[in-house]
Design a protein around this ligand. Structure first.
Ligand SMILES: [Zn+2]
Ligand SMILES: [Zn+2]
Length: 581
């Protein structure tokens, strides 16, 4: 049986201590930094001039097994601050000294001892090293002390631990599968995108195949929004600094924004968000209560500063296209609008065959209400609307107190992919701040001006992150509706080429994405290659097919489907595209 999340965290954190102890035994010159439990495992940072090798990891694991066997009690005790400082100073553990120095108000600190190894830690831990059962060290990566690039680069060892071997093995299998599906690797193999250091880190280049995938998603997204009463807008990529001062971004979001661009002596900033632009459009005329709600959607490209150390393929980038929308409404329309957004979220996730998702509701910290903008009334109204909208949609959610941003409550959706891994999904954010800062109004039935409520929402998140997720979710084998090439026509010999071209034209006429492989290669070779490229259908044409005016069809997943007439295949593939399977 699986243990609780808290116990798992304790187990993994304790395993990180055992790893640090093993490292100190094997490499006495190494200094230890910090070692928390993280999602799915733990890490510990070490100050070591040379990186650990794969062989080192094996030795450390071996030593860890010894420590587990020794079954050393893990005992915590409170120690006067000065005494702890002395102890770590003497041991040369400068990182621990720095950590204690950063707690000037603490009279005592907590030290945990297991055998000869003492660590600064609040705990809790398992009671002895023998309680640790199954673990595996996974990899080593550089990590700056305290995540700051100005500090020294340390060596971080990642590992994982589980209560049973079955669970550990299952996790390791999942990791191996995830590595095979890594979007950076598949993105290159399938010619979807690239990144270029010489062009700048964290900036994505969409190749023709990626371009088609993105076009299909964007067309689907736009059509669905129009169906649901949204309007499409476009806004500039830069705006004067003044605008970002009014919006408040220059105040609270500056560290995510790039340096100003000088245009005729005026400072402009690249947009990190689209919201102020949509608000400017709202303000171009007097809005009546009858005009609301307004639902304005934009595939808006934004730029946000991310530290180079956290950039990761298409997942963490510096420029990306958000599938953004801003909804302006009367307070009494909030709940219905939320129901609409939630329905769109579910529809979109299901269209991309994400079957599992968790909803989280972020609300105020009830004990610190003064740190939020907006009155009690509007917060309560919004929270009630969010809860009843989710109830109406039959959604179970987790309530996260104190997790709301200062300007309004929000729903965050976490999606699970085909491997059961969690991904950041849609977000729905209620905002009391921007309508106030930009002083936007609508004229109510009473002929007086009123403040509209605003929702920011993204459904896919960003095109970059979403497509990265899809590549891994589908293992690069995109369903027919998304596949860059839906069918490849393979003539058996040169004399079948003209017929292949006729077939290609017939498919193109019904908007299928097809190509003909006319290279003088063997059919088997061409089929294998199409299979590697994960093309859904291979259409083979030879003498027999020409005589009968038919085609031989091979499916990527089902193999040989036999000979059929063109209209029969077209009906099949068109149905699959429509049903998004
Ligand atoms: Zn600890
Ligand atoms: Zn926004």
């Amino acid at each position: 049986m699986s243990i609780s999340e808290k116990d798992m965290e304790i187990l993994r954190h304790s395993t990180s201590h055992v790893m640090a102890q093993a490292v100190r035994r094997l490499f006495p010159e190494v200094k230890v930094a910090i070692g928390p439990a993280i999602e799915n495992g733990f890490y510990y940072d070490f100050d070591k001039p040379e990186p650990f090798t794969q062989q080192d990891l094996g030795l450390i694991e071996e030593e860890m097994r010894k420590i587990v066997k020794e079954d050393l009690p893990i005992v915590g005790r409170e120690v006067p601050r000065e005494e702890a400082l002395g102890l770590f100073n003497e041991a040369g553990e400068t990182y621990k000294v720095e950590l204690i120095r950063d707690m000037p108000d603490a009279e005592v600190v907590i030290l945990y001892r297991q055998g000869e190894f003492v660590d600064l830690c609040r705990g809790p831990h398992v009671e002895s090293t023998g309680k640790i059962k199954e673990f595996k060290l996974l990899n080593v990566a550089g990590a700056y002390w305290r995540g700051d690039e100005k500090n020294k680069m340390l060596q971080r060892i990642y590992g994982t631990a589980f209560p049973t071997k079955v669970e550990l093995d299952h996790y390791l299998e999942m990791l191996a599968e995830a590595e095979k599906r890594d979007h950076r690797r598949l993105g290159k193999e399938l010619d979807i995108f690239s990144l270029h250091e010489e062009g700048g880190a964290g900036l994505v280049y969409w190749h023709p195949k990626g371009g088609i995938i993105r076009k299909v998603i964007e067309d689907f997204w736009r059509d669905e929004h129009l169906k649901r009463g949204y309007d499409l807008v476009f806004s500039p990529h830069i705006a004067k600094r003044d605008l970002w001062e009014i919006s408040g971004h220059w105040g609270w979001y500056r560290e995510n924004m790039y340096s100003p661009i000088d245009i005729d002596g005026v400072e402009y900033l690249l947009k990190p968000m689209n919201c102020p632009f949509h608000i400017m459009m709202y303000k171009t005329k007097t809005r009546s209560y009858r005009d609301l709600p307004l639902r304005w959607a934009e595939l808006g490209t934004v730029y946000r500063y991310e530290r180079s150390g956290v950039l990761h393929g298409m997942l963490r980038v510096r420029g990306f296209t958000q599938d953004d929308a801003h909804l302006f409404m009367r307070p009494d329309q909030l709940e219905d609008e939320l129901v609409g957004v939630i329905d769109l979220v579910k529809f979109m996730m299901e269209s991309f065959s994400y079957k599992e998702y968790d909803f989280e509701l972020s609300v105020r910290d009830p004990l610190n209400k003064e740190q939020y903008v907006g009155s009690d009334d509007v917060w309560e109204l919004a929270e009630t609307a969010l809860v009843s909208a989710m109830n109406r949609a039959g959604i179970k959610f987790r309530r996260m107190e104190g997790e709301a941003k200062f300007y309004g409550p929000a729903i965050d959706v976490h999606i699970k992919d085909a491997l059961g891994r969690g991904w950041q999904g849609p977000t729905i954010q209620v905002d009391f701040n921007l309508p106030e800062r930009f002083d936007i109004n609508y004229i109510g039935e009473d002929n007086a001006p009123h403040r509209p409520v605003m929702i920011h929402r993204t459904v896919l998140g960003s095109m970059e992150r979403f497509v990265a997720g899809l590549i891994e979710h589908y293992n690069g084998a995109f369903p027919v509706w998304l596949a860059p090439v839906q069918a490849r026509i393979i003539p058996i010999a040169d004399r079948h080429f003209d017929y292949a071209k006729d077939v290609e034209k017939a498919f193109r006429d019904v908007d299928l994405r097809v190509e003909t492989d006319a290279r003088p290669e063997k059919v088997g070779y061409k089929i294998r290659e199409a299979q590697v490229e994960k093309i859904p259908y291979m259409i083979i044409v030879g003498d027999k097919e020409i005589d009968e005016e038919k085609i031989a069809v091979r499916s990527r997943t089902e193999g040989d489907l036999g000979v059929m007439a063109l209209p029969e295949f077209v009906a099949r593939i068109v149905r699959e595209i429509r049903e998004k399977i």
